[in-house]
Design a protein. Sequence first.
Length: 401
Amino acid sequence: MSSPDQPSNSRPVPTTSSGPVAVVGGSAAGLFTAYLLARASVPVRVFEQSPCIDPAARTLIVTRRMNDILGKVGSPSIVNEIRKFELFTDGRAATITLDQPDLIIERSALIHSLAKHAQQAGAQIALGRNFRGLKAENGKITLELERAAENSTEQFSAQTVVAGDGSSSRVAQAAGWPKSKTVPLVQAIVPLPKDMSPDTVRVWFVPADTPYFYWLIPESAERGALGLIGEVGSEARKHLEAFLVKRNLEPLTFQGARIPVYTRWVPVRKKLAGGEVFLVGDAADQVKVSTVGGIVTGLRGAAGVAEAILGGGASRELRELRRELDMHLLIRRAMHRFTQDDYSRLVDSLNAPAKRSLSQYSRDEALKVLWRVCVSQPRLILMGLRGILTNGRSFARAGNP
């Protein structure tokens, strides 16, 4: 049985004697990789460009799968629980009640907790280190790092480097991976409407504004995050501001980010002159493109990379994650150019058995959700096939605004 501070689903694996591992980027995925390796007695050093662990605040919704992966490590980031989803489109509405509540988390608190536990496990975190490049030779990868505060550079050599530096990963590009395609996420923190329960998320499908959706996720009984994923940053902000006016909501502050778009599985391992570079999280596009959520999948990617490093290359977790991400890609291709009428038909098709299936399985179980929903409402199969045939190419083109 795992201790309260250990991920509950960790597998016993042999440690490696291949020398230190360098993790570039203090992201959630990067820090979780460092934690898992350090806990297995591997020397790890994390290089983070910021002078302190102080990530931008962002309110996010995840499934309870995060708890299965992190255990108590993730607890400090949880600010609320969600038990219902309300879906709206063109005057129609549907309510989904969850058997297991979703979690509202604060991303900055999650990263602080992961950094703390990584250090307690033995990982060293070097702050104010800006990655400038790498050189591979003689079985080692040498990182060149700028120490901005001291106006100097340093080098660090390791046989294994893990890129956890986000969707614009400079490590990945330096190692030969192509640049990730991204889309803008924008959201506003707003006072929660008086008619809205803090255990309920509202989702609006407005394809004239976004091929994804608007959301309002309560972080408490007083406040929530209203946002959307767009395709062009400036247009997404305009649509959000207009939607705020329409809903008579006054923004308290705005949050934003660039989110990678998963268009195919990105191989996470590359050998360079005897050394190895691995990608985790956003650097590997490990995002559920159906909803553009990446916390849980990024943590799973981190667990898979740690498993591969410790086990000599093989990783069951990465194989399972690939299947999951490919299923979300299929769903996104089916829905990406849905019209308002398509969404109306979708909501109308959510009969009691279909709603029950959505209640039982989370967004991190895409195959189970898709299978059960289509069995309970065969009409959705035809809608999905039509969407895949007509929308697949346009989705691929839309991945890099």
